[in-house]
Design a protein around this ligand. Structure first.
Ligand code: G1P
Length: 285
C-alpha cells in the first residue's frame, strides 16, 4: 500500500552501536577499540578508521543527531566521539544545521537488537536510522539517503541489502524478498545467520530473491523498541535486530529492502578488514 506521507517523514537521528567486545580481534582491543583500527591508504591524508567512513556517510545523508551506543570502557573511542577528527568537524560546518553526537551506555553486550534498544530514550515516535560501523559502503548518493526516499514512499522500514556469494550467506542476516520496483523489494522472510542447510531448504521452497542485510536500517519507533523487548535471544544466543524486525513484520508492519549495486566492505573480522585495506590501498594507486 502506497501512503503519501512524504512530507511528514523525516529521518534525523541515527543509532551507531559501538559497544561490542570485538572478540575476533584478540587482546589488543583492551587498548585499541576495534572501531579505531585504521584502514591503511596509500594517500596518508585518507588514512582513517572504518567508523569514520560510516560517520561521514551518516552526516552526508542528512542526519542531525548521531547516537553512539557505547561501552564507556572504550576510552579512546569516547575521546574520538567527544573530539572527532578535523575532517568530520569540517563536514559538519558545511551543514546549515547543527549536527550533534550523543553517547548512551549499553551496560553489557547482549546483541545488536539489545544495543539498538538502548537508544529508545533518545528517539521519539519517529523513523530513525541504524548504521553499523563495520560496514563501509562506497557511494555517490549515500545509500542511507536513498533508503529514506524508499521509507517515505512506502511509509515502512527499509534495510540496505547486497547480493553476496551463496557461501557467504550464513555470516549475515538474510532477506527473502520479491521486487516491487527497480532495486526495491518487499521483504517476506528474514533469518539471522541461517545455516547452509536452511538456505538450501528455503531456496527449494521459494522463488524469492536472497540478499544480505548490509548494516543500514531505517526503523520505526516506538514499534521496534516494543518488539525488541519481546524478542528472545536467537543466533549466537544474542537478541538480534533481524528477529525483532521480522516479528514486527509478522504483525503486519511492511519491510522493504533497497538493493545497493555499489560496493560494500565488511571490516568486522580481521580477514575482511584485510580485504578492505587491500581494496582501498589499491584504489589509491
Ligand atoms: C550484523 C547483523 C546482520 C548483518 C551484518 C552486516 O551481523 O546482525 O544481520 O547482515 O551485521 O554486517 P554481525 O556483523 O554482528 O555478525
Amino acid at each position: 500500500m502506497l501512503v503519501d506521507k512524504k512530507k511528514e517523514i523525516k529521518v534525523e537521528k541515527a543509532v551507531l552501536p559501538v559497544a561490542g567486545l570485538a572478540k575476533r580481534w584478540g587482546e589488543i582491543t583492551q587498548y585499541i577499540p576495534k572501531e579505531l583500527i585504521p584502514i591503511v591508504r596509500r594517500d596518508t591524508a585518507n588514512i582513517k578508521p572504518a567508523i569514520q567512513y560510516v560517520v561521514e556517510e551518516v552526516i552526508d545523508s542528512g542526519v542531525k543527531e548521531l547516537i553512539f551506543i557505547m561501552d564507556f570502557k572504550k576510552k579512546a573511542l569516547v575521546d574520538w566521539i567527544n573530539n572527532p577528527p578535523q575532517t568530520i568537524k569540517d563536514k559538519i560546518t558545511t551543514k546549515p544545521y547543527p549536527v550533534v553526537f550523543k553517547m548512551v551506555e549499553q551496560d553489557r553486550p547482549r546483541g545488536l537488537g539489545h544495543a539498538i534498544g538502548c537508544a529508545r530514550s533518545e528517539i521519539g515516535n519517529e523513523f530513525f536510522m541504524v548504521a553499523l560501523p563495520d560496514d563501509i559502503v562506497i557511494y555517490g548518493v549515500p545509500p542511507a539517503k536513498r533508503m529514506v526516499d524508499v521509507c517515505k514512499k512506502y511509509n515502512a522500514s527499509v534495510l540496505l541489502s547486497h547480493t553476496v556469494p551463496k557461501t557467504e550467506l550464513p555470516f549475515y542476516g538474510v532477506l527473502f524478498s520479491t521486487p516491487v520496483e527497480k532495486n526495491v523489494d518487499e521483504v517476506h522472510e528474514m533469518i539471522e545467520k541461517p545455516s547452509a542447510v536452511l538456505i538450501e531448504d528455503m531456496q527449494k521452497k521459494r522463488e524469492h530473491n536472497m540478499t544480505t542485510i548490509s548494516g543500514r536500517y531505517i526503523l520505526k519507533a516506538p514499534e521496534i523498541f516494543k518488539e525488541i523487548d519481546n524478542t528472545k535471544p536467537g543466533a549466537r544466543n544474542e537478541i538480534q535486530i533481524t528477529d525483532a524486525i521480522f516479528n514486527l513484520k509478522k504483525k503486519g508492519h511492511k519491510v522493504y529492502s533497497l538493493l545497493d549495486e555499489g560496493f560494500r566492505i565488511d571490516t568486522g573480522a580481521p580477514h575482511r578488514y584485510l580485504q578492505a585495506t587491500h581494496f582501498f590501498y589499491s584504489a589509491d594507486s
